[in-house]
Structures are given as structure tokens and as C-alpha cells.
Design a protein around this ligand. Structure first.
Ligand SMILES: Nc1ncnc2[nH]cnc12
Ligand SMILES: [Zn+2]
Length: 322
């Protein structure tokens, strides 16, 4: 049981956390047929590419700033209900543009959801703006420029998500330069769908303090040592990795090996209902599938706070709540 433990999540895509019931209600509200992507309360996909397609279709039934406020507050309140004190949400202003809402209204709705949740439960949250590789480098650069200029204290990081097999990290270097120059925290999806080379590329080109997933670094022992030496924090999402067949089962998953070899690791849920998981389940898995003790799980949580994209006063306050 991990219900008594405080929790932190660094890696969750906001639209990826959309509860199927809420998505169904949204689809009915807008008279949109998403039966190809949501059936019997379950999101329908069969591989990484179809997951990304399903994700984009589901996202499209959240159309207004109020919809985004509701989605954000709903997820954060679920997290607060299981003892979560801090959450970083991965958001895409470019998506706001694509659906015609506009980036500012999209972000304003999400920030309203954060304020509502914090007022009700005290949960702290920040936003990581992401670009999506499959929409190409120009859109990713535009996302970085948006984040850099937003002057919004809740936007504290920049990420690159989407189809990892498209292009190389170097194609997106300029976007990360813009985000770095603006003082944003940097993280990047790598070593999830592609192998160890993608993590090496990320370290060489982006020099991020964190990597989303990074788990396929396990294929290269020198790279694992490099991650440990650099102190790069991996945002590990075991349930997602098994659902996407990155590893066949939890027994083959490298979370414990990373920890034992000195790589700094945290646990997150990624896109929880898409992968039949939740942050609650990821903490349970840490105990039951990976055999971590309460104090080892608290170390994962502490690492999450140490690596969080927050000011030092907030970091100290979060550490004090552990
Ligand atoms: N697991 C994942 N990997 C890459 N891009 C994503 N976008 C949403 N979830 C993702
Ligand atoms: Zn992700």
C-alpha cells in the first residue's frame, strides 16, 4: 500500500489525462463522433502511431478555455485526492492554435484550473510547454517562442514530445536554445520509442536536466554511466512503457537497475487513462512490481521535487511537506 505516501508527478500530458467519461460528455456536448477512438469507456489505439492519432482526436473535444479549466482542475483534484503535492503538466499551446481556440485562451483556461485546484486542495502545479515532433521543427520553434515570451509564472519548462522516429534531435536544437535562453527548465522525450542513440542525441544537443522516459538508455552501459555522472533525472513512466510495449513486462523494465546504478529516477503516469494507469497505480507498481520500500519510494518523490521546475522557495516548501 502506498496511499499513506506523499506523491509528486513530473510527466503527465494534460490531454492524455482526460478521463474517458469526461471526454464522452465533451463529445456529446459538441455533437462530435469519436466512436473510432473511444469505445465502452476505453480509448482505442493499437500502437504508438495510432496512440498519437487517438490522443489528437480526444484532445479536439476540449474546445474552450472553460473546457481546459475543467479538465485541469479535474485531474489535479484526482491527484490531490491520492496525496499528491506537486504536478507538472505537459501542455501544447500549438494545439490551442490548431483547434482555433488560440494559445493564450488555452493557457488561460489551464491556469484557471490550476488556481481552482490549488484553492481547494493546496496542490501545487506548473506547466511545461511542449512542441510535437510530428508537426515539424517550425511549429516546435513557435512553441518555444511562445513559452519564452509568455511571462507566465506557471510556465516553467519546455519539452519535445510526439513521434520520436521523426527527424533527429538536432533538427529541434533551435527551439531548445530559445527555451534555455529564456531560463526555462528543459526536458525532452527520448529513449522511449527509439533506442539509446536518441538519449545520447538529447544529451549532446539539448543538455537537459531531465529526460522524458530515457529508459532505452539501458541498451548502452556507457550511456547509463553518463546519465549517472551527469545527474540527469529520468521521468520514468513504467505503466506507459508496458502499454506501448517498450518492454514486454515489469520484470524486464529497467527502473530498479537505473536506481541501483546511480541514475536519478522519478515515476509518472504519462497519459494515464490511455495506458490503463494512474499515478496511484504507478506508486503501487513501484512497491509491488519493483519491490521498492516506502523509504525508496520517498527517494523517488524527493528526486522529483529536487528536479522540479520551480523556484527555490517553492522547492523548499515542497521538501518540507514530504
Ligand atoms: N508517451 C508519449 N510519447 C511521446 N509523445 C507523447 N504525447 C503524449 N504522450 C506521449
Ligand atoms: Zn510523455
Amino acid at each position: 500500500m502506498t496511499s499513506h505516501l506523499k506523491k509528486v508527478e513530473l510527466h503527465c500530458h494534460l490531454e492524455g489525462a482526460a478521463p474517458p467519461a469526461l471526454t464522452g460528455a465533451q463529445a456529446r456536448k459538441y455533437n462530435t463522433d469519436i466512436s473510432a477512438y473511444l469505445r465502452d469507456g476505453t480509448y482505442v489505439w493499437h500502437d504508438f502511431a495510432s496512440f498519437l492519432e487517438c490522443y489528437d482526436k480526444v484532445s479536439e473535444v476540449y474546445k474552450t478555455d472553460e473546457d481546459y479549466a475543467l479538465l485541469t482542475e479535474t485531474y489535479l483534484q484526482e491527484l490531490a485526492g491520492i496525496g499528491t503535492i506537486y504536478s507538472e503538466l505537459i501542455v501544447s499551446p500549438d494545439h490551442g492554435e490548431r483547434i482555433g481556440l488560440g494559445a493564450d485562451a488555452y493557457i488561460a483556461g489551464i491556469c484557471e484550473g490550476i488556481r481552482q485546484a490549488r484553492a481547494k486542495s493546496g496542490i501545487e502545479a506548473r506547466l511545461i510547454v511542449t512542441g510535437e515532433r510530428h508537426f515539424g521543427p517550425e511549429r516546435v520553434i513557435a512553441a518555444a517562442k511562445y513559452a519564452a515570451k509568455a511571462n507566465n509564472p506557471l510556465i516553467t519548462g519546455f519539452n519535445l514530445a510526439g513521434e520520436e522516429r521523426m527527424g533527429r534531435v538536432a533538427d529541434y536544437a533551435r527551439a531548445f536554445d530559445i527555451a534555455r535562453d529564456a531560463g526555462l527548465g528543459l526536458t525532452i522525450h527520448a529513449g522511449e520509442v527509439c533506442g539509446a542513440f536518441s538519449v545520447s542525441d538529447a544529451l549532446d544537443v539539448v543538455r537537459p536536466s531531465r529526460i522524458g522516459h530515457g529508459v532505452r538508455a539501458i541498451e548502452d552501459a556507457d550511456l547509463v554511466r553518463r546519465l549517472a555522472d551527469l545527474g540527469t533525472v529520468l521521468e520514468v513512466c513504467p505503466g506507459s512503457n508496458i502499454a506501448l510495449n517498450v518492454f514486454p513486462d515489469f520484470a524486464s523494465h529497467p527502473l530498479r537497475t537505473f536506481k541501483e546504478t546511480g541514475v536519478r529516477v522519478t515515476i509518472s503516469s504519462d497519459d494515464p487513462p490511455f495506458f490503463h494507469t494512474s499515478l496511484k497505480r504507478e506508486y503501487e507498481l513501484a512497491a509491488e512490481a519493483f519491490g521498492f520500500s516506502d523509504s525508496e519510494i520517498n527517494e523517488l518523490t524527493r528526486t522529483g521535487i529536487e528536479a522540479a521546475f520551480v523556484d527555490e522557495t517553492t522547492r523548499m516548501a515542497l521538501l518540507a511537506r514530504l
